[in-house]
Design a binder for this molecule. Structure first.
Ligand code: PBG
Length: 340
């Protein structure tokens, strides 16, 4: 009999039933985690919304949006300067007019509140990208996003001419980008034709292409005083159950010449952000982390129920991971500070 143990060149390797593949290896230290992190949030991803109103030295708090104010133009300039100093590249402006009427005349007045704010911000911080919201709801006495028939219907086509006029007047005041948010059919084409005809062919359109009829806009309607006086927005904003329809809306806006697409709100619609990212890889995609999403986190944090900083950065990371290039968010300045 041969003793095989004496013939073997080396003792057998210890065998283990432990898992050979261990994802935890790459989580062992902060250095390793940072090396393999797939999504990096950056202040350069953010667009900060500003609500501008008439007056001087006004910072009117918005109860449901702690930290956000209705600002007079001088105060809006200060916020814009802060944004730039923190590396936030853009603001989006919403205006509160002195007076409302059925058409919303101040919306396209050369000395309207948004036009004044554009000029003041572009003078003080020329490198900041100034985007303007183009819609009727904050300016009309009925609070709807379009002209309204005597029977109370929102009239699509007559509204398009007004939207084009508003966009032209924002461009004339110096806006860098216009962002139509009213979900009227054909709004991107009408605004493109209007801008081009008025000599503003270089001004891009960021279309709120996929905007849902969402209850998450509640606090904004206080902030911008734009709640409809009767009815709702369900005949033009999308039904929350629809995903395929979002692709149809986005395809139309892309065909009409939109330079950016947007999904709004963000957190309840991450699947829609992902589907647009995949279907329209060539267009920059923005997501609007809306007022209600902000209010929820602020309320829970104020109660000590959530760690605000961690929750905000996690939520914004999720929006970016879903596929957004840009995030319009009321957390922009705080998040930029935390990331610094
Ligand atoms: C319409 C507009 C709205 C928001 C942005 N643009 C309100 C609406 O459609 O009712 C909502 C933004 C938010 O909730 O933060 N001009």
């Amino acid at each position: 009999m041969t003793d095989t143990t004496t013939l073997s060149p080396a003792p057998p390797l210890p065998r283990s039933s432990a898992p050979p593949i261990r994802p935890r290896r790459l989580r062992a230290s902060a250095g390793l985690r940072a090396m393999v992190r797939e999504t990096q949030l950056d202040a350069a991803d953010f667009i900060y919304p500003l609500f501008v109103r008439h007056g001087a030295g006004v910072r009117q708090p918005i109860a449901s949006m702690p930290g956000i104010y209705q600002l007079s133009v001088d105060e809006a300039v200060r916020e814009a300067e802060t944004a730039v100093s923190l590396g936030v590249p853009a603001v989006i402006l919403f205006g509160l007019p002195a007076e409302k009427d059925p058409v919303g005349r101040e919306n396209f007045a050369p000395d309207g509140i948004v036009q004044q704010a554009i000029r003041a911000i572009k003078t003080a911080v020329p490198d900041l990208v100034v985007i303007t919201d183009v819609c009727l709801c904050e300016y009309t006495d009925h609070g709807h996003c379009g002209l309204v028939s005597p029977a109370g219907a929102i009239l699509n086509d007559p509204t398009l001419d007004i939207l084009a006029q508003v966009a032209i007047s924002h461009a004339a005041a110096g806006a860098d980008v216009v962002a139509p948010s009213g979900m009227m059919d054909g709004m991107v084409a009408a605004i493109r034709a209007g801008l081009d005809g008025a000599g503003f062919s270089g001004i891009p359109i960021m279309s709120y292409a996929v905007k849902y009829a969402s209850a998450f806009y509640g606090p904004f309607r206080e902030a911008a005083d734009g709640a409809p006086k009767f009815g709702d927005r369900k005949t033009h904003q999308m039904d929350p159950g629809n995903g395929r329809e979002a692709l149809r809306e986005a395809a139309l806006d892309a065909a009409e010449g939109a330079d950016f697409l947007m999904v709004k709100p963000a957190l309840p619609y991450l699947d829609i952000i992902r589907r647009l990212r995949e279907r329209f890889p060539e267009l920059p995609l923005a997501a609007y982390n809306v007022s209600g999403e902000y209010a929820m986190i602020k309320a829970a944090a104020a109660n000590g129920w959530l760690d605000e900083q961690r929750v905000v950065l996690e939520a914004l990371t999720g929006i970016k991971r879903a596929g957004a290039d840009l995030i319009i968010t009321y957390h922009a300045l705080d998040a930029a500070r935390w990331l610094d």
